[in-house]
Design a protein around this ligand. Sequence first.
Ligand SMILES: [Zn+2]
Ligand SMILES: [Zn+2]
Ligand SMILES: [Zn+2]
Length: 285
Amino acid sequence: MKLQFLGTGAAEGAPAVFCQCDVCRELRERGEKEYHTRAQFLIDDAVGIDYPPDAYYHALRFGVDLSKLRYLLVTHSHMDHFYAHDFILRGYKYCTHIEEPLTIYGNEEVAKVFQECTRREMREEVANRIRLQVVSAFKPFVFGDNNEYQAIPLLAQHSKAETAFVYLIEKGETSYLHLTDTGRLPIETLDFLESAFKKKGKAVDFITFDCTFLYRTAGEVSRHMGLEDNKAMQTEFLRRGIADKHTKYAITHYSHNNNPLLETLKKAEEEYGYLPTFDGTTVQF
Ligand SMILES: [Zn+2]
Ligand SMILES: [Zn+2]
Ligand SMILES: [Zn+2]
């Protein structure tokens, strides 16, 4: 599985859209290589996780061909994870040479946001090539041109207004846990993963942690995590056989409030052994 981190910041980005704090000023000074824009991830060029307002910028900056995006898994409806207005442009006079449908998987709120954002300008012929599929917690679904992927939406600890998901994604023997946006995982999710990996007989290959708080500890009930929360989750995964010594970890979704400068992220890597992601970071596992 090839996993590309296209956007590695929290909702407001770092530097943040309207902010003039010292960290945001410093990041602007250092330039694009240290920007952390809004959350977007790409698997094997065709499978997306989340679609933020920065998707167009990511495509330009990293040479991503968005016409190849055929399957989009959405974690939740927050604006940094699902900017549905862009899909109006996937056809009609705005776009040629695209016949293949796009399937968007998400919760009911994601389906509602899609309707709200596209109802004014969406052309019928464009809408006809976009399928919205509402998915449910712990119910696996299969997708891909050759049905080569399976995803399972898992309950996140993130929102009272909707059922936010994190995902377990599998392709053949390879498995990936995508854990943003979430605080420490709910017990139902931990129990589900424990029994799933027990059945499989092989631990997860790669985990991406929400690390909005970096060196600040978010604690048991927060909607996001910091490094100590990631470590608590890692310990729990190892104890339950979800992860083992071969499992690799990355951190992402940093907030400008928590000093996400290069030196902080390098320090986090040295102290915790998690790969700090930057916009454009690509891993293979
Ligand atoms: Zn977010
Ligand atoms: Zn700031
Ligand atoms: Zn969110």
